[in-house]
Design a protein around this ligand. Structure first.
Ligand code: NDP
Length: 449
């Protein structure tokens, strides 16, 4: 391995010993850009890589709130402002009990590259809390969001840092966060958060954008390899925002989606998933996926209890992991290959472990990497910010057309970087290289900062 890369990798491992997800994300990027680093020995003197992997700042704060039963609970809030190289910090907020500094840093790091790939002027950031919204009342969610924003508001602004949703943070949470921001700041700063409701500054297609974008990217990747979605069997993990709209677009393209899941188990309905029912259970009732059986008793419910999620045991042509990081392990990747999968599209961030991703690529299974394939959400967030600045709204078709163009261009960038370095169908390396080259140029232009 290139000596400079080796030095940086050893340094990052030593400094971040207890942050496995962050190390995984950095290692994936650094190892795949080796051909570029070999061509640019001058990067070492200006510590280009060391500066790229070190967040500009991390804010950690206390978030106390009172539960309905009167008990006060304290959670930890985070905002990683990773890079403002090509625009204000931009990235979602995750509310999930697993949230810690490693997870927020890995997501923030990935976000820099993803945002660079969109071609839009947005830097990288991420935040969240170890708060679990599941099972909480609306009032509890509101009080938590208000407490979270009471601190976060010091650090954000429409030209500084623009958070959005992620796991556990949807339109309801964004509404409460926005209301509290506006109240404290006494200003209507429409572009300070994205993923807003349509009644107060949200954009059409933002809700659908990540899932639709994933399928647009998949369509391009399949077409490049003389395939299409029509008639293909598809399995999708998760039943949240990304999974639901990926399912909708896959169905529109003539695929047969047979399975979806949540963290407890998966539904297998070989006649095709009833998406309206999934939306009702997840978006309206905020229920569990096994409730699907009440209306479709012939479908199967399989509980998660091993290392390989049951959804990856189901025979499929295309697998779309849309739940969380590292949900596709090496064994899961092997099961997908044994069952004849031709493509995997990463809707979630880093859903394949490093070993799983390598296995898929080495075994000729097309892999749409998350940084590129799920960039549609943040891209349309940037379009939401533009609309807020213009004080003007675009129609559904206008935004959807933009999303389609952006995803097609992202695929082209990944393909052309992969071609340039003779990497075949390794679109993961292609995405990393295309984004890295853009960021490196901006870094050099802006001097040592
Ligand atoms: P949601 O909260 O809407 O849905 C998350 C889904 O994943 C739920 O079905 C949830 O099940 C499941 N899930 C969450 N954590 C786990 C876990 N540890 N194990 C198994 N299943 C789990 O989130 P989103 O759909 O917004 O996000 C999903 C993924 O997509 C994340 O990786 C996120 O970072 C990524 N992403 C999201 C974007 C967006 O615009 N929303 C943009 C780009 C990426 P349960 O309800 O049981 O917890």
């Amino acid at each position: 391995m290139n000596e400079y890369l080796k030095k940086v990798l050893n340094g990052v491992r030593e400094k971040n010993l207890y942050e496995p997800e962050y190390l995984q994300a950095v290692e994936e990027v650094l190892t795949s850009i080796e051909p570029v680093i070999n061509q640019h020995p001058e990067y070492e003197k200006i510590a280009l890589l060391e500066r790229m992997i070190e967040p500009e700042r991390i804010v950690i704060f206390r978030v106390p709130y009172v539960m309905d039963n009167g008990q006060t609970v304290v959670h930890r809030g985070y905002r990683v402002q990773f890079s403002s190289l090509i625009g204000p910090y931009k990235g979602g907020l995750r509310f999930h009990p697993s949230v810690n500094q490693s997870i927020i840093k890995f997501l923030g790091f990935e976000q820099i590259f993803k945002n660079a790939l969109t071609g839009l002027p947005i830097g990288g950031g991420k935040g969240g809390s170890d708060f679990d919204p599941k099972g909480k009342s609306d009032d509890e969610i509101m009080r938590f969001c208000q407490s979270f924003m009471t601190e976060l508001q010091r650090h954000i602004g429409q030209d500084i840092d623009i958070p959005a949703g992620d796991i556990g943070v949807g339109e309801r949470e964004i509404g409460y966060l926005f209301g509290q921001y506006k109240r404290i700041k006494d200003i209507y700063e429409g572009g300070v958060l994205t993923g807003k409701g349509l009644s107060y500054g949200g954009s059409l297609v933002r809700k659908e954008a990540t899932g639709f974008g994933l399928i647009y990217f998949m369509r391009e990747m399949l077409a490049e390899n003389k395939q299409s979605l029509a008639g293909k069997t598809v399995t999708i993990s998760g039943a949240g925002n990304v999974a639901i709209y990926a399912c909708q677009k896959a169905l529109e393209y003539g695929a047969n989606v047979v399975a979806m899941s949540d963290s407890k188990g998966c539904i297998y309905d070989k006649n095709g998933i009833d998406l309206n029912l999934i939306k009702q259970i997840k978006e309206v009732e905020r229920g569990r996926i096994f409730e699907y059986l009440k209306k479709h008793p012939k479908a199967e419910y399989i509980e998660c209890n091993g290392e390989v999620s049951p959804i990856w045991e189901i025979k499929t042509d295309i697998a779309l992991p849309c739940a969380t990081q590292n949900e596709v392990t090496l064994n899961a990747a092997k099961r997908l290959a044994e069952n004849g999968a031709i493509a995997v599209g990463e809707g979630a961030n880093m859903p394949c472990t490093k070993e799983a991703a390598e296995y898929l690529i080495n075994n000729g299974i097309l892999l749409a990497p998350s940084k590129a394939a799920n960039a549609g959400g943040v891209a349309i967030s940037a379009v939401e910010m533009s609309q807020n600045s213009m004080r003007y709204y675009l129609s559904f078709d206008e935004v959807d057309k933009k999303l389609n163009e952006i995803m097609t261009n992202i695929f082209k960038s990944c393909k052309s970087a992969a071609n340039q370095y003779n990497l075949g169908n390794n679109y993961t390396a292609g995405a990393n290289i295309a984004a890295f080259n853009k960021l490196a140029q901006a870094m050099i232009a802006q001097g040592i900062v």
